[in-house]
Design a protein around this ligand. Structure first.
Ligand code: MTE
Length: 358
């Protein structure tokens, strides 16, 4: 696809193209489309909206093929949701981390508009035995498996039935009030609020209702972690977002003036439960104080926070940290847990500032 790359985005890999947002991502509660990161595993498929069809099949009573016009017949809904790539921030983990080297801006928040998935599932009638729904994108390509084989495949991910039928999950056709752009899944994509981005399948072409767990490539080889379960260790797909926060101002390496009053600010988010508190440390994580939560709470979007700080008089370096907690008591950890590989990188991220004389 010929892409007019917004000057705001930064390439992290080419063919397939993966682009990270600019620093300004942390300046607005809703991310403009041109500043929204792009994560593609294959080339962007060229889709003609007139002939595009979404097939809903498998263990359903009334299989259907929906076009753009049929989707329009359903009632539409808007959900503000933050989407973060499961590999966001992995560049800070060093060489051991495999995958696209995202810094901290493979994340964005949009007003997603479209049809609640459960309306469509109600219409086709899920069989009683259905445990998962598989979502298949129209993009295809060849990837190497860990035993060295080359296989052609589509991008596909599944959701367990309870999440697929939750009210917030959308077949989205709009982003910030405009039709989706090709990079973000035109003409329709799944949006799974509360889950890492890999679940929000773009360029939807099929939804398949199945009676067993789906073991597709993008949830066993990729986007999966080893999890201890009943004395065994099992491979499980990455799912809900872990609690995390980010300091948007000041940025790493920034100079600030001694003795000045400044407002540190950023965002905090998590997949389960609202952000209940954010704390800030101005002494490298030795001690923390509460920050103020700002703006309004949207259950699936990041929450702004602020902290007033009188910069000390002594010039030199200082390490700032932020740490978030959800209503469920989930707290951002101090260190990365390598059992997750280079996914779910939510440890407290130190930011160094340089205090200069007045
Ligand atoms: N859907 C398809 N069909 N193909 C993809 O490569 N990438 C996934 C998800 N949906 C992907 C996809 C991943 S890993 C992420 S993080 C999000 O899309 C990114 O969405 P965005 O490109 O709109 O930011």
């Amino acid at each position: 696809m010929k892409r007019e790359v917004s000057r705001e985005l930064v390439y992290r890999s080419r063919q397939p193209d993966n682009l990270e947002g600019p620093r300004q991502v942390f300046d607005a509660s809703v991310t403009p489309v041109e500043a929204f990161f792009v994560r593609n595993h294959f080339d962007v498929p060229e889709i003609d909206a007139e002939s595009w069809r979404l097939s809903v099949e498998g263990n359903v009573e009334r299989p259907r093929e929906l076009g753009v016009a049929e989707l329009d017949d359903f009632e539409h809904q808007t959900v503000r949701a933050t989407i973060e790539c499961a590999g966001n921030s992995r560049a800070h983990l060093g060489e051991r981390a495999q995958g696209v080297p995202w810094r901290d801006r493979a994340i964005g928040t949009a007003e997603w508009g479209g049809v609640p998935l459960r309306e469509v599932l109600d219409e086709v009638g899920l069989g009683d035995e259905v445990v998962e729904l598989i979502f298949v994108g129209a993009d295809r390509g060849t990837l190497e498996t860990n035993d060295g084989g080359q296989l052609e495949m589509s991008y596909a991910r599944s959701l367990p039935r309870p999440k697929a039928t939750a009210e917030e999950v959308l077949i989205a056709t709009h982003m910030n009030g405009e039709p989706l752009e090709a990079d973000h899944g035109f003409p329709a994509r799944l949006v799974v609020p509360g889950w890492y981005g890999m679940a929000s399948v773009k360029w939807l072409s099929r939804i398949i209702a199945v009676d067993q767990r789906f073991d597709g490539y993008f949830q066993t080889e990729d986007y999966a972690t080893w999890v201890p379960e009943h004395d065994l260790v099992v491979r499980r797909p990455v799912g809900p977002m872990a609690v995390k926060s980010h300091i948007g101002f000041p940025i790493d390496g920034q100079s600030i003036t001694a003795g000045e009053a400044v407002v540190l600010r950023g965002y905090a988010w998590g997949g389960r439960g609202n952000i209940e508190a954010v704390e800030v440390s101005v002494d490298g994580g030795k001690s923390y104080e509460p920050a103020d939560l700002a703006g309004t709470n949207h259950p699936f979007a990041w929450r702004a926070w602020e902290y007033e700080w009188v910069v000390p008089d002594e010039p030199g370096e200082r390490i700032l940290c932020s740490r978030a907690r959800t209503g469920d008591g989930e707290v951002q950890p101090d260190h990365h847990d390598w059992r997750r590989g280079a996914y779910i990188v939510n440890a407290v991220r130190p930011v160094k500032v340089v205090i200069t004389g007045e």
